[in-house]
Design a protein around this ligand. Structure first.
Ligand SMILES: [Zn+2]
Length: 255
């Protein structure tokens, strides 16, 4: 009888040890599997979103306004293609992007420019394709900026737009990098008070991506590889410009 009680007690003690060891093993496994799981990524807070610069991308023309027509292409379709590719490159660089239009629709120029203030854009890029009325020889890329913002842009920004010489810097960066990426002829940057850029409430440029009137360039502009190079070059220019801005004016994700 005494022997049976001792044996029972021993069995109980052993069982407790086994349970404890099992629990420990389970804990170790649980810990390992938890640490090997990917950490949940929290969505960026409203404050962080505010700090990520927003680029407003404008595909020129649209709807009843086709823009230039030559060599079987219509400008409004090419600008939308390049603008979509530009958005992809800018987003890949960690920037926020809003498009003025995402389909074949008409938008007045002042409406496009006003979107810069509504979205608090850090930069505005309008995509166009050039034509040369005097012949078919002209080719290459040129980027326009408006040194003098319009009165409405100055009003919209409470006077800040009057003090921004930054559009020329943005134009220089975009022109440099888009020409490097495409090896297209560099026609330089030009100061012109086009409505869509002069009424923008942030640094703004209009890129003429090539001449539709030049048959060789018209063929390139239709080519997806060339469109990619245009988009990549413009995106690099925008990125360099934003990175060069004084600390605190814009915050760019490291890339
Ligand atoms: Zn145009």
């Amino acid at each position: 009888m005494k022997f049976r009680r001792t044996a029972l007690l021993l069995a109980q003690v052993l069982a407790s040890f086994a349970a404890l060891a099992g629990a420990c093993l389970a804990l170790v496994w649980l810990e390992n599997s938890v640490t090997s799981l990917p950490r949940p990524t929290l969505p960026p807070s409203a404050g962080e979103m505010q700090k990520t610069p927003l680029v407003l991308v404008d595909a020129g023309h649209g709807g009843h306004d086709g823009g230039a027509v030559a060599h079987g292409s219509i400008e409004k379709h090419l600008t939308l293609e390049i603008a979509r590719r530009l958005r992809t490159h800018l987003e890949a660089a960690g920037l926020r992007v809003v498009m003025t239009r995402e389909k074949d629709e008409f938008l007045p120029l002042d409406t496009r420019a006003a979107l810069t203030a509504r979205h608090g854009a850090a930069a505005f890029v309008s995509i166009h394709i050039n034509t040369d009325g005097s012949g078919t020889a002209a080719e290459g890329i040129e980027t326009y900026f408006a040194a003098k913002p319009s009165l409405s842009a100055i009003r919209q920004t409470g006077g800040k737009a009057a003090k921004r010489p930054a559009s020329e810097d943005l134009a220089a960066q975009v022109q440099k990098h888009v020409c490097e990426a495409t090896r297209a002829e560099n026609r330089g940057i030009k100061d012109r008070g086009y409505v869509v850029i002069s009424q923008a409430a942030c640094p703004a440029v209009l890129v003429e991506c090539g001449f539709l009137t030049n048959s060789a360039e018209a063929a390139r502009l239709k080519d997806a590889t060339h469109q990619e190079k245009l988009a990549q070059g413009i995106a690099t220019g925008v990125k360099r410009f934003l990175q060069s801005r004084p600390a605190g004016s814009v915050v760019l994700a490291a890339k």
